[in-house]
Design a protein around this ligand. Structure first.
Ligand code: KDO
Length: 335
């Protein structure tokens, strides 16, 4: 299932070589550049948080230069770019990290995280220390803070009359776009659908043309990317309370002095907190707008989805990569 072994992935990154992008923050007042790549838009809450909160806080010694919509680096290539010294930071997913370190799939598993607060407790718990240490040691990437993306739901082109999603069985044969890594595809299958890998930037067009039946994302993303224009229903499956990490070049970090490092860490935490509140607010207030655009929103049989999804992970290759006891620790940090 995991096509890229850790060794192969690390080797391919090492082959990129370390470029000169991570210039040290000069003590002579010359600012360093923090380049940031995301496939999200400029109006995405996580992008806004970095631009409005993180950037001003580090502006004394760093120029923040963001690239949105996958323009700097394509979705899924950002971590390699940081590791290769060609990018300072990104909004990285656990699914992308699982390409290098399969154990990260635990944070990409359906119905594990319960809500935004649970994500924060998990990220700050000592259980995360070995995960963070591995990413830093083997990829040269520091995970500074956890950002909230939101509850992912199934969003389809079909009307509810054409397809009423009550249980995973109703998604049989549904061509559901999921992002292009193994952890995402696994989740799509676990939902009962026929997952198709596709870059985020292609989703609107593929929905519009009918190349795919649907996609899964939180409500704020459905609005931000106008997916409501090309879909007819949202089944509130809440199958993944999704997160991203603020991933930062260890090489750049090591070039900063202690005060600058403290400032970067505080700026990342402040941006993550701001973005989390913003995203929660959007999530809680967007359903009426989406309905007003002609999209039906309803809750399917959540117990059936949870049971089915969780059952798919039991005994899976993904679950085999999870360190002993970590799932119990994550669950113990829940409500
Ligand atoms: C997506 O491709 O559906 C996804 O939501 C996956 C996330 O991990 C994240 O990369 C996100 O896209 C982008 O940041 C765009 O919102």
């Amino acid at each position: 299932m995991f096509t890229l072994t850790r060794r192969a992935a690390i080797a391919s990154v090492a082959a990129l070589g370390i470029a000169a992008a991570a210039m040290p923050a000069a003590a002579d007042g010359h600012k360093t550049t923090f380049s940031m790549a995301t496939s999200g838009s400029e109006t995405d809450a996580r992008s806004e948080a970095l631009a409005k909160v993180f950037a001003p806080m580090v502006s004394g010694f760093a120029d923040y230069q963001p690239g949105y919509n996958g323009t700097l680096f394509a979705q899924g290539t950002e971590l390699e770019a940081i590791a290769g010294g060609n990018l300072t930071m990104s909004i990285a997913s656990a699914q992308e990290l699982a390409q290098f370190f399969p154990e990260f799939s635990i944070f990409a598993t359906g119905y594990v995280h319960q809500d935004a607060a649970h994500q924060v407790r998990v990220f700050n718990d000592p259980l995360m220390d070995p995960f963070k240490a591995t990413v830093e040691a083997e990829l040269g990437v520091k995970l500074l803070s956890v950002m909230y993306l939101g509850r992912r739901h199934v969003n389809l082109r079909q009307t509810r009359e054409e397809l009423d999603v009550k249980t995973p069985a109703d998604l049989a044969g549904v061509n559901l776009r999921m992002p292009g890594t193994d952890a995402w595809q696994f989740l799509g299958k676990a939902l009962g659908a026929a997952p198709t890998p596709l870059a985020f930037s292609e989703v609107y067009t593929a929905l519009s043309s009918g190349a795919i039946d649907g996609q899964d994302n939180p409500l704020p993303t459905v609005v931000d990317k106008k997916f409501y224009e090309v879909t007819k229903q949202i089944a509130l499956t809440s199958h993944l309370v999704d997160l991203n990490y603020i991933a930062f070049s260890a090489e750049t970090w090591n070039s900063l002095d202690a005060d600058q490092q403290l400032t970067v860490q505080r700026a990342a935490d402040a941006a993550a907190a701001w973005g989390r509140l913003k995203q929660l607010e959007k999530e809680n207030n967007l359903a009426d707008f989406i309905r007003s655009q002609g999209v039906e929103i309803y809750t399917p049989d959540l117990a059936a989805f949870r049971e089915h999804v969780q059952a798919q992970y039991v005994g899976s290759e993904a679950a085999a990569s999870w360190p002993d006891g970590v799932l119990d620790k994550i669950n113990a940090l829940g409500n």
